[in-house]
Design a protein around this ligand. Structure first.
Ligand SMILES: C[S@@+](CC[C@H](N)C(=O)[O-])C[C@H]1O[C@@H](n2cnc3c(N)ncnc32)[C@H](O)[C@@H]1O
Length: 214
């Protein structure tokens, strides 16, 4: 697991927990974690679905398979797949398709949300968590992430889920914040290379949208 992935898991774990609680995710669920990266979300899902559940950890980067295999070594219910989110083809329909910090990097976010919607069973859930990067602040000044294709895709997320044919059941935003040394400052430094010192930091708010297939 990369240092940045570990820090992200630390500072952004509260929005993840809120979303999974809101869903009532439990034993036996079949899930897909699309753009799984180092597998933090996949492991969190695996712990909640238990041995009778299944988590497909999908990423277009073949290197992610090894990272997921390491992170999820204790969870036989995690299956790592190398696939693009645009061409999602799972061995079975799932109860939940989830993504976090993925749509900001893909060419066309709507194509990926549509593929996630097609991967869930009737009545199943699509949950996306994406940032509004420029709403983050360091010392009151807006953050900027020039490397991401869609750094503010979180601001469009409710509409994207609706355009994918899903009912928007819930949507909200949460942002970790802090001042001085600690996980928020360390995360920001990993992300931008800038040490905020004593400046107050509001990390990019993560917009969560809970969509449901009719
Ligand atoms: C910033 S990481 C997020 C990892 C994880 N979701 C998390 O929240 O910790 C983005 C991941 O999306 C993957 N990715 C980028 N474009 C993708 C695509 N079109 N289909 C599937 N995965 C993709 C990258 O390889 C990377 O592992």
């Amino acid at each position: 697991m990369s240092e940045l992935t570990g820090l992200r898991d630390d500072v952004y774990r509260r929005p993840l927990a809120t979303a999974l609680e809101r869903l009532g995710l439990g034993a036996g669920w079949r899930c897909a974690d699309v753009g799984a990266g180092g597998g933090d979300v996949s492991v969190a899902l695996a712990e909640m679905v238990g041995r009778d559940g299944r988590v497909y950890a999908v990423d277009s980067d073949p290197a992610a398979r090894d990272e997921v295999a390491r992170a999820a070594a204790a969870h036989a219910q995690v299956i790592a797949l190398t696939q693009a989110g645009e061409d999602l083809a799972l061995p079975e329909q799932v109860d939940l398709a989830f993504c976090r910090f993925l749509l900001m990097h893909v060419r066309d976010p709507l194509v990926v949300v549509r593929a996630m919607a097609a991967a869930v069973r009737d009545g199943g859930w699509v949950v996306a968590q994406e940032p509004v990067t420029t709403a983050g602040r360091v010392g009151g000044v807006a953050l900027f992430m020039p490397d991401a294709r869609h750094p503010d895709v979180g601001a469009l997320l409710p509409a994207l889920v609706q355009q994918a044919g899903l009912a928007v059941v819930d949507a909200w935003a949460e942002a970790p914040a802090g001042v001085g040394p600690g996980p928020v400052a360390r995360y920001l430094e990993s992300l931008t290379g800038v040490d905020p010192a004593d400046d107050p930091v509001v990390l990019p708010p993560l917009v969560t949208v809970v969509g449901r297939r009719a």
